[in-house]
Design a protein around this ligand. Sequence first.
Ligand code: TXA
Ligand code: MG
Length: 318
Amino acid sequence: MIMQTTLTDSVEEAAAILNSGGVVAFPTETVYGLGAGICHSEALLKLFRAKGRPSDNPLIVHIGSIGQVAEVAAEVNVQAERLIESFFPGPLTLVLKKNPSVPYSVTAGLETVGVRCPANPIAREFLRLACCPVAAPSANLSGLPSATSWEAVYEDLAGKIDCLLRGKPSTIGLESTIVDCSGTKPILLRAGAITLEQLREVVPEITTIAVSEAEERPKCPGLKYPHYAPRASIVLCTEVEKIDLKESSAAYIGMSEPPQGIFLHKVCLTLEEYGRELFGFFRLCDTEGIGVIYCELPSDEGLGRAIRDRLMRAAGLA
Ligand code: TXA
Ligand code: MG
């Protein structure tokens, strides 16, 4: 079904559309989100349909202020409390025991819920004007790279959603860090801009999920689906100078100098820039009809962990 998508810069207009049961894309500092009020069951259905998202993949619930955590979660243990104090609002999602008010269509039948309070001022204002907490996956078609600009959202979802609230490009460009605090030991489920090192300064006992364990029992249901994949194939590399170009339509992104003869490239000066530019570059490569994208793998430290994770998934290796 094709619907009219309202493009707007007005937070009030976007919130009014959400509050009347609409599906609204909005900017956050990580990536753009595609929101539906958790009190609007029809809107939630429409959201899954618009993205082509499997219904067994739970959504993160977004709130406009820290005080709203209790509206969404049933229990906040001491580790979660410390993480909230240090990193909310910001690029962190906590998985907590769910409050009965959160419908199972949002949590995909789980007794837990992902909760995030974004820092982006437009997102916060939008969430403050929303009449209930807002379930929002990344605002892209399922499987494609997340959208880090309103233009990317428009490309994927125009005609499928009620409204697109335009904002600036996302400053981080990678989805939030996810920590599961619903059990006895907190577990890092998805790496992001809040790094493992930063998390451990606050909660030293945080563990990472072993790959073998993740395969048996995915704790983060969405991670079993293909992700972030452009149409071009992805080749990961650690020694850029050894790249032997076989394709004329090749592209490169990384922090080292690009290989000779490359058609399109993006050299990033910092890991922050690499994270911010990655998904936009993937989309640009698809527009340009690139066949292969060479991506330099950063080391596993700090923000490098999150970039590596997205690159491995885009390459189909994780
Ligand atoms: O930065 C972000 O997190 C963005 C912005 C819009 O907030 N959102 C985002 O949502 O990346 P999405 O749906 O693309 O990814 C959410 C991930 C999925 O892999 C999902 O399986 C996982 O979070 N998730 C959600 N609720 C969960 C839960 N209760 N337990 C475990 N994993 C959960
Ligand atoms: Mg996503």
